[in-house]
Structure formats: structure tokens, C-alpha cells
Design a protein around this ligand. Structure first.
Ligand SMILES: Cc1cc2nc3c(=O)[nH]c(=O)nc-3n(C[C@H](O)[C@H](O)[C@H](O)COP(=O)(O)O)c2cc1C
Length: 193
């Protein structure tokens, strides 16, 4: 039986939380447009369990457009202080509205207002315009809760491949690859560094 890669990921993330100076949950999210051209950016991991890795964003952003056209992605964690990386790949599905609502409710009020005020990834003529939109959004919501914008969503990458990379002296690194079989079980193997 292979080790459970989700439990191993949790152990590595916990070690990173203890050792990284900030944002141990930061990960690179790589997506590709319908024509196959890739793009990458950082996002924060906001949930992880056996179902997969969850992040939140504006579904009308560049990444949101790419995921709508091509719902597969790759995630990459690099914990510099530990000299470790984790790569995960698989299909991406939206989380439920209830899950997105529950997470949105935990965000600070200003970041909730920002989610309404920002047309993420669209051209912005100048910074003042964004600040004015933020203030107008703030005035609109005075004295009431800020609901989740309909375009603000969570996505879950459901991994079918997870690789754990650890630094070893002289670049003789260790690479443990877990692949999900058709039977729903994980198989484990090694890769040359
Ligand atoms: C450490 C870090 C964490 C970030 N986390 C998020 C995030 O969780 N969600 C998000 O939408 N953008 C996040 N961003 C901003 C994205 O990197 C990116 O600028 C934005 O989402 C627009 O990307 P897009 O135009 O490719 O859609 C983060 C940036 C950094 C540097």
C-alpha cells in the first residue's frame, strides 16, 4: 500500500507553517488557455482534504477565463526554508455556493468590499479610479453585511498526480511520485532527480 499523499502533504504543510517566514500556503497556480498557452500566478491554499486543494478568486479573471475554457491546472508549492517542493495536477471544479459563502464570510470586511470593487485582471486607467470604486462600494454597504459577489468563487483542484521533492546534497534529490489509479487508490514510485 502506498503512503497516503494527502496525509504526507498535511505533514509537509505543517512543517512549512512552522518554518516559513510568511505565507506557507502560497502556491503557484498554472492554467492554460484553450489554445494551450500557459499562464501562472500565485494564489493561497484555503482548504485541503482528500477531495483536493481549494483556492478562491474572481471567476472573471484571466485564470477564471482559462479554467472555464480548459478546466485543468497544476499547483506548485516551494518551501524555501525546507528545500522542498510539491507539485499537484488534475481537473479543477468549482466548490459549492455554500462552501464559497462560508469562506467569504470569514474574510475581513475590506477584502469583502475589494472583491466587489475589483474587476480582477481587467485594465485599470489609474489607481484613483479603483480607490473611488472601493469607497463607493463601502458607502453602498454601510450598516449591512457584504454578500459574496456572484463572480467570486472557490475552485478545487482534484489531484491525479502529486509529487514530493526533497533536496539532497550534490543535487541527488529525492522525488516521490503518487499517481491515482482507475481503482481510486494511490500508487507510489520514484523519479530520477
Ligand atoms: C502570495 C500571493 C498570494 C495570492 N493569493 C491570491 C489568491 O488567493 N487569490 C487571487 O485571486 N489572487 C491572489 N494573488 C494575486 C494573483 O497572483 C494574481 O495577481 C491575480 O489573481 C490575477 O491573476 P490572473 O490575472 O492570472 O487571473 C496572490 C498573490 C501573491 C503574491
Amino acid at each position: 500500500m502506498a503512503e497516503d499523499p494527502h496525509a504526507l502533504f498535511d505533514a509537509w504543510l505543517n512543517a512549512a507553517r512552522a518554518s516559513e517566514p510568511n505565507d506557507a500556503e502560497a502556491m503557484t497556480l498554472a492554467t492554460a488557455a484553450a489554445d494551450g498557452r500557459p499562464s501562472a500566478r500565485m494564489v493561497l491554499l484555503k482548504g485541503h482534504d482528500r477531495r483536493g486543494f481549494v483556492f478562491y478568486t474572481n471567476s472573471q479573471s484571466r485564470k477564471g477565463d482559462e479554467l472555464a475554457a480548459n478546466p485543468y491546472a497544476a499547483l506548485l508549492f516551494h518551501w524555501k526554508s525546507l528545500r522542498r517542493q510539491v507539485r499537484a495536477e488534475g481537473a479543477v471544479t468549482p466548490v459549492s455556493a455554500a462552501e464559497a459563502d462560508a469562506y467569504f464570510a470569514t474574510r475581513s470586511r475590506d477584502s469583502q468590499l475589494g472583491a466587489w470593487a475589483s474587476d480582477q485582471s481587467r485594465p485599470l486607467a489609474n489607481r484613483d479610479l479603483f480607490e473611488a470604486r472601493f469607497e463607493a462600494t463601502e458607502a453602498d454597504h454601510e450598516g449591512r453585511d457584504v454578500p459574496r459577489p456572484p463572480h467570486w468563487w472557490g475552485y478545487r483542484l482534484v489531484p491525479e498526480r502529486i509529487e514530493f521533492w526533497s533536496d539532497r546534497p550534490h543535487r541527488l534529490h529525492e522525488r516521490r511520485l503518487f499517481t491515482l489509479g482507475a481503482d481510486g487508490n494511490w500508487a507510489e514510485g520514484l523519479l530520477y532527480p
